[in-house]
Design a protein around this ligand. Structure first.
Ligand code: ADP
Ligand code: ZN
Ligand code: ZN
Length: 674
């Protein structure tokens, strides 16, 4: 007797989504792991995916939970076609469901072609001759050859190629300063996978999928490349997916979800800028792409390269304690220097009577660089005009009706907006509490910086890049091209300008306020700040003129700022590791945050308190696991829901997973990130 474990595509009540069916004798030869099947479900039939097959002995304890086992109705894949979901993808989905406590149904959905997610429509795998996406990128580029690797690059490539030839799931950390030639190593290693007749996956943060990156990959690897990112329409993504599925495309370049493209014969996985927060998915399933990539490499028996100029300290730690092989690129090819970084203490500027968001030395540098025709990037990690509106008579500040955050003033729209729920309010210029007109925006965002820059430097042309201006699918590409072709002198933007841009004309980078991300109550705040500052400074000096960065801060003695100024990764990592060890944070322990939302605050708090009591009892028998809380979330009220949480901290937190609350109103985030 044969049984199949099936995950129905329809939503199921409760947290159970695996059901067992008896396989009729006639179907035993047809059914495979990953097959799409039809099963009786309640009074209806449903489609679903096979994730387990076995006899009573293999599935013993799983089967015993079932009261009545019904028969499978039909196998929907034709026997001559590949299965709907490859077996290795089923394994990957099972891993994600277990590691991040996510519904298996949602994890399997990740593996489906874009047009099939949510709708039940059989997949078509037809052969496509061309890719519209690729043609856009490839219009102007001709095939180019490899560069001659530097000694450091050659050493790295030797080790990676050896692991590829031996089909070993080895894991590498390629640690190289910005502009040291990491991409060159990736491209030559990927070319080796193609020579082996295998496939390759090249993951980059969404924001680094610039036309420039794509051009470089296409130039080297030609039409064998498929591109998957969120800027594509569903139709375009579907087309790329089909080119991969039928074997036309053998290299996939994409953001985190490209992990799930159908690549059954991977020779290499590359994951660039491994410290990027875009690798953590912030909705269900809340997986981290680095951990999924490590697992994928094991499933496929292929090497994985993680790359970064500023790796997460837990990754760096792993490279020193085994598990990851460290490959280092310490210099830029051709000996081009890193930009010099000057720090400005903004408290001194205030004391000297300068209330402008530009320090004297930044203003002077802008004038100088602009005067000789150089380009400038100004980075401020906030959009809008002012993050807070304050009444100087009564102390009133405008806050969102639905969330516990202040409303941001947007001058151009003459509006106050909540950046968490999107609510807006009219800005009257009069305090709603006391009627005073002494109400004013304080602090600066991108919009105010642009306005003040134009006021102080008449004739300077600017492009503002933030979520208010990058609204259409192609906005980012267009702005990037405009700036690259020097249609503007200054690019002002949020995180969007911090990474991936390689523009030779940029001589100066101004960091308006280095402290914004430092204030977050997150154990990663120091690391995120260090990495962001190092990366944004690295945008300068990529041409012939040496680059310069000016970093404005109110906390010049914080170690994350100090080490960013000297661009001293090792010094930073050393200090950060010490702090993490003292507090039991990664790599010395892991975290899981359980959040409960409820419209009534007392109910939210009480519910979490009750769960904490239960969890403490369990944790008492599990050495080294702590349960912290209850405490209000950082955003204690969001979309009119109060949010309370508790945090599990410890070395083997997965031992407490079966006891975590899964009921309505709860959300669980394992290994949370910023
Ligand atoms: P990273 O990915 O580390 O930021 P890139 O791979 O983009 O660095 O390389 C930075 C610059 O150095 C690029 O313009 C690239 O063409 C050049 N470069 C990389 N490797 C070599 C090499 N072996 N010889 C000459 N130039 C190189
Ligand atoms: Zn007032
Ligand atoms: Zn809000």
């Amino acid at each position: 007797m044969l049984f199949a474990g099936v995950v129905p595509e329809v939503p199921v009540e409760g947290n159970r989504d695996l059901f067992f069916y008896q396989v009729p004798d006639g179907m035993a030869g047809e059914i495979r792991i990953g097959s799409r099947v039809l099963v009786p479900f309640g009074r209806r039939t449903a489609t679903g995916y096979v994730v387990r097959i076995g006899g009573p002995a293999d599935l013993g304890s799983l089967l015993r939970e079932m009261h009545e086992v019904k028969e499978l109705a039909a196998v929907l894949d034709a026997p001559e076609d590949p299965v709907a979901i490859y077996p290795y993808q089923v394994e990957l989905a099972l891993y994600i469901a277990g590691a991040y406590l996510a519904p298996l149904r949602e994890c399997l959905k990740l593996m489906l072609p874009p047009l099939m997610r949510g709708k039940s429509r059989p997949g078509v795998r037809r052969r496509r001759a061309r890719s519209a996406v690729l043609e856009m990128v490839a219009a102007a580029v001709a095939q180019a050859g490899d560069l001659v690797p530097t000694e450091e690059q050659a050493a790295a490539l030797r080790l990676v190629r050896k692991a590829m030839d031996e089909r070993k799931a080895s894991h590498f950390l390629l640690h190289g300063i910005t502009g040291s030639g990491k991409t060159e190593v990736y491209l030559q290693a990927i070319a080796h996978a193609l020579e082996q007749g295998r496939q390759a996956l090249f993951l980059v943060p969404e924001i680094a999928l610039t036309p420039q990156t794509l051009e470089r990959v296409v130039m080297r690897l030609g039409s064998k490349v498929a591109i998957l990112h969120s800027g594509l329409t569903d139709r375009e993504r579907q087309d790329e997916w089909e080119r991969i599925a039928c074997g036309d495309a053998r290299v996939v370049v994409g953001s985190r979800s490209a992990l799930f493209a159908p690549l059954p014969d991977l020779g290499l996985i590359v994951l660039d800028e491994e410290d990027s927060s875009s690798y953590k998915q912030d909705r269900i399933p809340r997986y981290h792409a680095v951990d999924v990539a490590l697992h994928l490499s094991r499933l496929q028996g292929c090497p994985l390269i993680l790359g970064s100029a500023t790796p997460r300290v837990e990754t760096y730690y792993r490279a020193h304690t085994g598990g990851l092989t460290l490959l280092t690129l310490a210099d830029r090819p051709g000996g081009r220097p890193l930009p010099s970084v000057d720090v400005v203490d903004m408290r001194e500027e205030l004391k000297a009577g300068n209330f402008s968001p530009f320090s004297l030395s930044l203003a002077r540098a802008v004038a100088e660089v602009h005067g000789r025709g150089g380009q400038i990037i100004l980075f401020i990690n906030r959009r809008g005009s002012s993050p807070i509106v304050l009444c100087r008579s009564c102390g009133y500040t405008s806050t969102c009706e639905h969330c516990s955050v202040s409303l941001v003033y947007h001058e151009r729209r003459d509006q106050l907006a909540c950046h968490y729920c999107g609510a807006t309010a009219r800005y009257s210029g009069v305090c709603p509490e006391c009627g005073s007109r002494a109400i004013k925006g304080i602090g600066a965002g991108t919009e105010r910086i642009e306005k003040e820059l134009n006021a102080s430097f008449p004739g300077i042309s600017t492009i503002r890049m933030d979520r208010d201006t990058v609204v259409r699918r192609d906005s980012y590409f267009r702005m990037y091209e405009q700036f690259r072709s020097h249609e503007a002198d200054c690019l002002i933007g949020t995180q969007m300008v911090a990474k991936g841009l390689d523009i030779a004309g940029v001589e100066l980078v101004g960091i308006i306020n280095a402290d914004t991300s430092l204030r977050f109550p997150d154990y990663r705040a120091g690391e995120t700040t260090f990495s962001l500052l190092t990366q944004v400074a690295g945008r300068a000096g990529r041409g012939d003129v040496p680059g310069r960065a000016i970093l404005q801060t109110y906390s010049p003695t914080h170690y994350a700022i100090e080490k960013a100024v000297t661009q001293d990764y090792l010094g930073f990592a050393h200090e950060e590791i010490r702090v993490r060890k003292a507090l039991g944070f990664p790599p010395y322990g892991r975290l899981a945050v359980c959040t409960f939302s409820h419209p009534i605050e007392a109910s939210a708090r009480e519910q979490v308190a009750k769960v904490v009591l239960g969890l403490r009892e369990v944790a008492g028998k599990l050495p080294g696991i702590e349960v912290l809380g209850p405490s209000p979330a950082f955003i204690s009220r969001l979309r009119a829901q109060y949010q309370w949480q508790c945090t599990i901290r410890g070395k083997e937190i997965e031992r407490i997973f079966p006891h975590l609350p899964f009921s309505y109103g709860w959300s669980i985030d394992v290994d949370p990130g910023m």
